[in-house]
Design a binder for this molecule. Structure first.
Ligand code: ADP
Length: 384
């Protein structure tokens, strides 16, 4: 199927920043695109050929949208999987495949998937209600601290809590959840794998994420990760095993924990472009967004190696500010060589909302990391 300067259409469910960045490639290659998103002024709206406003979790909205495209992909996991299953049965190419989304949409199903495929992951137990968790604590079957994860509403650390006491249990959601062992995490790593229908599979170098202590959100991503070669090798092996088990088409970001004992555990995966791959726009031979488009259109995959080291800094709304956004001192940071900001186009900021990111490229990763810390001091996302 030829998508280059033809009427064939690639549909994307979700029009946020990931959708917008996917469209840089479709613009470059003159590939026709349609985007579905609930927000009238979604960031991706400007760069697609047609935009439909609609609820991504609604069967009819997703089905009707999918009927008009030739290949359908996603930039967000929370979409109506039943509609995708029906579309796939009726001949629309849906990547990632619906079965992958069904597994990952529920954290309990996802963890059981790792268990059944012998993929290393933190030990866990599934609970139907919060009352059952409380009972397990009373009976001495669970002891503090542990990690609580809501089965179905996770996103960027919302729906995840480290629980130290009975009092803290009271603030959690009452619904189905996963209780995980609290792992001693030495480093959070991630490996992005990509596959095309014909069978080719490639992976990016191992990257390292540093988290914001308060927001439990990724603050910096470093490529390459500052780890010994044998640890990187192990991380890649686990990521490839995970990707093969899913058998998904397109990108699969595999989030990993390197424990203080030196083990590599899979935390979770995302079958779409991922925050830990944004550095690839400037630093890799083929950026993750182009790679995903290549994969879902069954084109040869590109080279994943880096041209240079990079650190990505997430630009999130500063605490205490909400309303029309201002990027304070952005002109100053543009004056530093090797610093490239990306602004997603969200008009209003709120505390910790992802508004953009900045990539710093430098031959030395340690220098790039220092520049990143300085940049955080200079640039701030505030409101008017
Ligand atoms: P989300 O889907 O909301 O991103 P995650 O499952 O990735 O949630 O958890 C968010 C963060 O919480 C992780 O990146 C990690 O820092 C921490 N975390 C999650 N699970 C554990 C665990 N079992 N042990 C220690 N820390 C964890």
């Amino acid at each position: 199927m030829n998508f280059f300067s033809t009427s064939k259409t690639l549909g994307i469910l979700g029009g946020g920043q990931l959708g917008k960045m996917l469209l840089y490639t479709t613009r470059k290659w003159d590939i026709k695109t349609s985007v579905l998103d609930p927000k009238e002024n979604a960031p991706a709206r400007l760069a697609c050929d047609s935009f439909t406003k609609g609820d991504l979790t609604n069967f009819q909205a997703v089905y009707d949208f999918g009927k008009k495209v030739d290949v359908l992909t996603i930039e967000i996991e929370k979409v109506n999987v039943k509609a995708l299953e029906k579309l796939a049965q009726e001949g629309v190419k849906v990547y990632p495949q619906p079965h992958v989304l069904r597994t990952i949409q529920n954290k309990c199903l996802q963890k059981k998937f790792y268990e059944s495929h012998n993929i290393p992951t933190a030990s866990f137990e599934e609970f139907e209600t919060l009352d059952q968790v409380k009972e397990a604590v009373i009976k001495g079957e669970l002891s503090f601290p542990f990690v609580w994860k809501s089965a179905e509403m996770g996103y960027d650390g919302y729906g995840v809590s480290i629980v130290h006491s009975n009092k803290e249990i009271e603030s959690l959601n009452i619904g189905p959840c996963l209780i995980e062992e609290l792992v001693h995490v030495e480093k959070e790593l991630s490996v992005i794998v990509c596959s095309r229908p014909q069978g080719e599979m490639v992976h990016y170098p191992v990257v390292e994420s540093e988290f914001h202590p308060m927001a439990n959100q990724v603050e910096y991503v470093l490529c390459p990760a500052r780890i010994p070669g044998e640890v990187a090798k192990k991380a890649v092996e686990v990521a490839l095993k995970t990707a093969k088990a899913y058998g998904q088409i397109g990108l699969l970001a595999v989030e990993l924990f390197l424990t203080s004992e030196g083990d590599i555990l899979v935390n979770e995966v995302a079958p779409r472009p991922h925050n830990t791959g944004h550095y690839s726009i400037e630093a890799s031979y083929t950026c993750q967004f182009e790679q995903h488009i290549r994969a879902v259109l069954d084109l040869p995959l590109g080279k994943t190696a880096s041209k240079i080291a990079a650190v990505m800094v997430n630009l999130v709304g500063k605490k205490g500010y909400a309303g029309p956004v201002v990027y304070k001192n952005i002109d100053q940071i543009l004056g530093i060589k090797g610093v490239i900001p990306h602004i997603y186009g969200k008009k209003d900021t709120r505390p910790f909302r992802k508004m953009g990111h900045v990539t710093i490229i430098h031959p030395k990763i340690d220098t790039a990391r220092k520049m990143a810390a300085q940049l955080k001091e200079t640039l701030s996302v505030i409101s008017k």
